[in-house]
Design a protein around this ligand. Structure first.
Ligand code: ZN
Length: 348
C-alpha cells in the first residue's frame, strides 16, 4: 500500500476587467495531472460565472421538442415492432430481457457487438427520476449481454457499459437508455487504464486503485462515500464538470458482479444524479469500465465515471472546445473538492 502523489501547479493570469473599471484582477488556474494516466486538465472555477451569448434556459426533458410517446421506439408498446434484433445465433429471440430492461442492437453500431439497453418505463424520466431498481435491471441486462457475447466470441473480452443522457451528451434518442459495447479491441481510454494500472502494480507492488482510495480516505477532501463495495469520490483531475469516480476495489471484470454490489452501485448512481439535478445539471455521460471480461486482474478495479454536460435546449454553449477535441486537455469549471462537498449529503 502506498500514498499517491497528487500533482498540481497553480498559475495566475492577470487581466484588467472592464466590469471592474479595468481594475487588475487575478484568476487562478489549477493545472492537475491524473495520478494514474498523467492526463492533464485545467480548472478555473470562475469560468462557471462567464457570460454565454448563447445559453440554454435550463431546459429539462419536459421542454424538449420531441416525438410523442406513441412514436417512441424505446417505449414498451413499440419496442418489439420498431427496434432491430440480433441474429438468433447471437441472442436467441433477437433481444435480451432482464427485469424491466430490454437489450437490442444499435441500428448504427460502432463496435462489433453494440447493444442498446432501455429503461422501459422511463420515457419522460428527468434527471434523478430513474429508480435504483431500474438502473440495476438495465446494468444487469448489459452484464448478461456481455457474458453471452463472451461465450459466443471468446475474443471479445473488452466491454463497457455507457450512458449518454440527453442530446448535449450525445443521445440521439431522448428516452433514457444505456449502451453496451464489446469487442476484441478495447477503447483507447480502457486500454490506457489497464496498461497504466499494470505498470503501477509492477513498480509499486500494490494496486493503484487501492492506493487511490487510501490516499483519498486520508486526505478526505474529495471522498464522497465509502460503501461496503463501492467507493465514490470526486476525480482529482477530472475530464469534465462535476466528475465523480466510483471504484469497486473487489472486482476488475464485471462478469461476476453479484446483486448486492449491483444494487449498491445503482443506488449510488441515483444519489449522484439527484445531486446533479439539484446543481442544475440536466445532461450527463457515464461509463462503467471493466478490465478484460474473461479474467480477474489483481492490479485493476472496475470503475465508473460520470460527468455533467451542458443543459439541453435549442441553443447552448458546448463544454467541448479546441482544448478538449484537439489538444486533448480538459478545461473544467467545477472544483473537485466543492463537488465532493455538495454530493456527500446525498449519501447521508
Ligand atoms: Zn419512450
Amino acid at each position: 500500500m502506498g500514498r499517491l502523489i497528487l500533482e498540481k501547479e497553480i498559475r495566475e493570469a492577470e487581466i484588467c476587467n472592464p466590469a471592474l473599471g479595468f481594475a487588475a484582477e487575478t484568476q487562478s488556474i489549477e493545472y492537475r495531472r491524473d495520478p494514474l494516466t498523467g492526463a492533464r486538465c485545467r480548472i478555473n472555477a470562475k469560468r462557471a460565472n462567464r457570460v454565454k451569448e448563447v445559453a440554454s434556459k435550463g431546459a429539462g426533458i419536459e421542454d424538449l421538442p420531441r416525438i410523442p410517446k406513441e412514436g417512441c421506439a424505446f417505449c414498451p408498446e413499440n419496442v418489439e415492432r420498431m427496434t432491430p434484433k440480433f441474429p438468433d445465433e447471437l441472442i436467441k429471440g433477437g433481444r435480451l430481457k432482464v427485469g424491466s430492461a430490454i437489450v437490442f442492437p444499435n441500428l448504427y453500431p460502432f463496435s462489433k457487438y453494440h447493444g442498446v439497453a432501455v429503461f422501459s418505463e422511463a420515457h419522460d424520466a428527468g434527471l434523478g427520476e430513474i429508480s435504483p431498481e431500474g438502473i440495476r435491471d438495465c446494468v444487469r441486462a448489459c452484464v448478461e449481454f456481455l457474458s453471452i457475447i463472451g461465450e459466443r466470441d471468446p475474443r471479445a473480452i473488452y466491454g463497457s457499459i455507457n450512458w449518454n443522457y440527453m442530446p448535449p451528451a450525445g443521445a440521439s434518442i431522448v428516452h433514457p437508455h444505456l449502451q453496451v459495447i464489446a469487442d476484441a479491441i478495447p477503447t483507447r481510454f480502457q486500454e490506457e487504464l489497464i496498461r497504466c494500472s499494470e505498470s503501477y502494480y509492477g513498480s509499486h507492488g500494490s494496486s493503484y486503485w487501492v492506493d487511490l482510495i487510501e490516499t483519498e480516505r486520508a486526505l478526505g477532501e474529495r471522498m464522497i462515500r465509502e460503501g461496503p463495495s463501492v467507493v465514490w469520490l470526486a476525480s482529482y483531475a477530472p475530464r469534465g464538470n462535476n466528475e465523480v469516480l466510483g471504484i469497486l476495489p473487489g472486482a476488475s471484470s464485471i462478469s461476476g458482479i453479484d446483486d448486492a454490489v449491483l444494487m449498491e452501485l445503482s443506488d449510488g448512481l441515483t444519489r449522484i444524479l439527484r445531486g446533479y439535478r439539484d446543481l442544475g445539471a440536466r445532461s450527463f455521460n457515464m461509463s462503467i469500465v471493466p478490465g478484460p471480461l474473461d479474467r480477474e486482474l489483481e492490479y485493476y478495479a472496475l470503475n465508473v465515471r460520470i460527468l455533467s454536460r451542458p443543459n439541453p435546449g435549442s441553443h447552448y454553449t458546448s463544454d467541448c472546445g479546441f482544448m478538449e477535441r484537439i489538444h486533448l486537455e480538459s478545461v473544467v469549471e467545477s472544483m473537485p473538492e466543492a463537488v465532493a462537498e455538495r454530493l456527500r449529503r446525498y449519501f447521508a
